[in-house]
Design a protein around this ligand. Sequence first.
Ligand code: KIV
Length: 471
Amino acid sequence: MGLALLVLGLAGFFGAHVFVTLRTARGELIERIGEGPYKGLMALVSLAGLILIGYGFGQYRATGWIDVWSPPPWTYYVTQILMWPASIFVVAAYSRGNIWRALKHPMLIGVKTWAAAHLISNGDFGSIVLFGSFLVWAGYDRMTLKHRSDPGAPAIPVGGHRNDTIALVVGTILYLALGFIFHPLVIGVAVFGSSPMSARDEIKRLTAPDIRARKGGEPIVCLTSYHAHTARLLDRHCDLILVGDSLGMVMHGLETTVPVTLDMMILQGLAVMRGSKRALVVVDMPFGSYEASKEQAFMSAARVMKETGCGAIKVEGGRRMAESIAFMVERGVPVMGHIGLTPQSINTIGSFRAQGRDESDWGPIEEDARAVAQAGAFSVVIEAVAEPLARRITAAVEIPTIGIGGSVACDGQILVLEDMLGLSPRVPKFVKCYAELGPSIEAAVAAYAADVRARAFPATEHVYPLRAKAK
Ligand code: KIV
């Protein structure tokens, strides 16, 4: 989505700028609508393009980052250095003196230097598209300038050393302002005084308020993970990673989630935090660690947050948990609710079956959702409920609903990772398998076993020969 907006913005911005270079078409349009409206139209399209570029790039960086290559750390300093002359060149286009005379088109050279400087140190797809387009456009504009009889720019008087001094001083101030103010505040990446990191490394982790703000917006992508390595794989694609207590069944082969302990959740929560950088990590509170009282809930949640560094916790239960949710939220614990089918209650509900399939059962489930939202939860998981009810709850509550066996209308979706990868022996109806990793893993293990038995593994390339003796 962010990338699409960025491309749309670039198309608008460069569309307007390229149109200016097509002198016949431009002349015809001015004749048809007049000079003033023409200028207004171009300014409007360029401004809309710029806004889309800024917004789209921000969204892309926050939710859709795509790595292409990793620039070495020294490129960061090259960018810093190149941005100084780039800023001076841009100012020299307006304060015309000897710099202007020598460069002929300092504005275009400034844009090219700026774009090349950023291309050197940013190896992600969005940056390559953004800075690459500016570089290509500046090259195109320079080429067409040579063939334009009417270059279109108003004549600005050309001076001497005084104007060069102004370009140097104002360009340097611009350079410092970009580095010290604009970059850290608007782009969110420090330039001076920070270590040579790519912008990717400085990406901030999403927070519970970020997820809360996504109500009714772009769908929130969530999956479970219990390990550092799967968390690393999920992190680029998911907004939220849940360290679910389903780990008891998935990792430990338990029949239910009831035996899962706080220590188990903390150990896996830590692993997921180590493996991820961007997604909000939510850790499930296991059965028995929070239901007794609001104080017990807070103490357990505080321990989870302190020992894992996660950004939020999740508790099962609607109205019965509202007081504890409010207590925790008031004391700084972001809480995700969980209503509908609540697996920790298996021993009282009797089976893992879908809820609210008769309209007469909707009332209490909807009240649960409202209670959780009113108590201050930042989002609520709706598990295994009739589709129209999940849709209705989503429209009724002010916080994002995250469906698992809910509805496509929910504000986000979650699945257990192993279920959607085809690693679980049995999956509920609401799971879509996006891969069949079980058979692939088994085939790999069978091939390994055959190699070992046939003494075909390890081969020469897998063993360490003696070091060659020095002659
Ligand atoms: O424990 C878990 O994995 C969960 C999800 C099913 C939402 O609670």
